[in-house]
Design a protein around this ligand. Structure first.
Ligand SMILES: NC(=O)c1ccc[n+]([C@@H]2O[C@H](COP(=O)([O-])OP(=O)(O)OC[C@H]3O[C@@H](n4cnc5c(N)ncnc54)[C@H](O)[C@@H]3O)[C@@H](O)[C@H]2O)c1
Length: 341
């Protein structure tokens, strides 16, 4: 890891969250590199079941597991319906109402997430309190999983748990961010992800009585990259190309996170952090440990999927290189506020 402060001091807080995201079809097709299904059909609790990420995973999860769905709302964001959702608010209901969901589950996939009402910039009270809700929710998921005898919890974390390093990547003074690097963020969103990850480790150690197996998936950019959105913003475009993950790769990563039998680290603690990006030519969130630890074998590469847009936005303007801008680039350096989450 290179030392020193990022080349620019700005916060990604303004751009975290992508409110326009709607359930997207799987343009890259169904996953073809899933492991063989476990001999026994697993029972899996899915929180945030009517949300954006869940919509990408559900077809495969429901084909493979007995899935228990829960969310604070019973319909998708666009109002379309979804069957058999237990509508419960993890912030306010009593533990007893939630215990029935966890009972008998082998694993929990936690996607439930309270969206902050404004920017998550550090130094603002509401932003802190908004994100703290998500830490409280994560603690509840770990605690109830532990009590109920659940073996494994797979948490939706984010690349923002390490987003402080991103300016170094764009400045071309760092090549990769790995899950082994100290988590660092400059905003409450990233801080809350770091906090859930750290809480998960305490449960994985076995201190509460038994080891709860934990996988933290630092999801990158799980969305379609709109060419029009990045005209004149090559840095932001390269950033999304590097962080992109296709629906089928995300699905494979989550399935492997649930099913890989042994996720113990070299100290014997069943705790793993993986980055959630496809096999992108311009990738800078390392997936090497995911390949080794859980056999993640992504099928897609943003370079192939967005080849036409890359020609229009980068190559036609002489913009070369995986990340950052050429010294003679056609566009002035952009502030990080312009990078999407
Ligand atoms: N979408 C992305 O670009 C992206 C990228 C990286 C990481 N992630 C992470 O993935 C997770 C899921 O994100 P998403 O995009 O699907 O979000 P989303 O907002 O679409 O889904 C979250 C779901 O959680 C539910 N929820 C909110 N508060 C709740 C509560 N108190 N009790 C129960 N349910 C509650 C919401 O109703 C919603 O359906 C989040 O942790 C997010 O940080 C998302």
């Amino acid at each position: 890891m290179s030392a020193g402060a990022p080349a620019t001091t700005f916060s990604s807080a303004q751009v975290i969250g992508t409110p326009g995201q709607q359930p997207r079809p799987a343009p890259t097709g169904a996953p073809t590199r899933l492991p063989d299904a476990p001999a026994r059909r697993l029972r899996v609790l899915l929180t945030g079941a009517t949300g954006y990420i869940a919509s990408q995973l559900l077809p495969t999860l429901q084909a493979r597991y007995d899935v228990v769905l829960t969310d604070a709302r019973g319909v998708h964001r666009d109002g379309s319906s979804i069957q058999d959702v237990h509508v419960l608010d993890f912030q306010s209901v009593e533990d007893d109402a939630l215990r029935q969901l966890f009972a008998g589950c082998d694993a929990v996939i936690h996607l439930g997430y309270h969206k902050p009402t404004g920017p998550v910039t550090v130094g603002t009270r509401l932003a802190y309190e908004d994100e703290r809700v998500n830490v409280d929710m994560a603690e509840r998921v770990y605690r109830l999983s532990h009590e109920a005898g659940v073996h494994r919890v797979v948490m939706a974390s984010s690349n923002h748990a390490s987003d402080w390093y991103e300016p170094l990547i764009h400045a071309r003074t760092l090549d990769q961010v790995t899950p082994a690097d100290l988590p660092r963020s400059d905003n409450y969103y990233g801080w809350s992800k770091i906090a859930y990850e750290a809480l998960g480790f305490t449960y994985a150690t076995g201190a509460p009585g038994r080891r709860l197996e934990i996988v933290q998936v630092r999801i990158g950019a799980p969305r379609h990259i709109e060419e029009a959105h990045f005209v004149g913003n090559p840095v932001g475009f390269k950033r999304d190309l590097g962080a992109w993950i296709s629906p089928r790769d995300l699905t494979q990563l989550i399935v492997r996170s649930v099913e890989t039998p042994d996720i113990r680290n070299s100290d014997g603690v069943p705790f793993l952090i993986v980055n959630g990006v496809s096999n992108n030519t311009r990738g800078f969130w390392s997936i090497a440990n995911a390949r080794v630890a859980i056999g993640y074998a992504p099928e897609d590469d943003s370079e192939v999927f967005y080849a036409d847009a890359i020609r229009h936005i980068l190559l036609d303007h002489g913009d070369r290189g995986r990340v950052g801008t050429e010294p003679t680039g056609h566009c002035p350096h952009r502030s990080r506020k312009e990078y999407p989450a």
